[in-house]
Design a binder for this molecule. Sequence first.
Ligand code: FES
Ligand code: FES
Length: 157
Amino acid sequence: MKTLVTCNVNGEETSVLADTRDTLLDLLRDRLGLTGTKEGCGNGNCGTCTVLMDGAPVNACLVLALEAPGRAITTVEGLAVAGELHPLQRALVQHCGTQCGFCTPGIVLAAKALLDENPRPNEAQIRHAIAGNLCRCTGYGKIVEAIAAVAAAREQG
Ligand code: FES
Ligand code: FES
């Protein structure tokens, strides 16, 4: 059975038909074509599918599409402004915090949620914020460095 889901996706009111069994991840990737959100495990273990729902990070594979109506969803596609990468995206590139890039959208969104709530996190808080996001390539040192650099730059600015 299909249901019309209306929610705000990356700042735009969006209405889309979803199957009652669809996850938010299905809604974003398959119904809206927002494939920046990746599917790794599909069962809540890897964090690759992390998006923001009303500003809080969620695993989109664990949220039903029918939970989305009235909510604000932010995906990685919503971060760049006028073609300019978000500072977290730039920092991950500059600090070599991304290799295959599969985990990167989820990590960027988890880090964004952290910095929105706590602009000056310490290393432990950064590691805690991305603890649910698995990276098979880089290890975490460079990712943590990148997030810390964005926080430090904001502090100076
Ligand atoms: Fe959602 Fe792994 S795909 S947590
Ligand atoms: Fe490849 Fe993280 S950069 S999984």
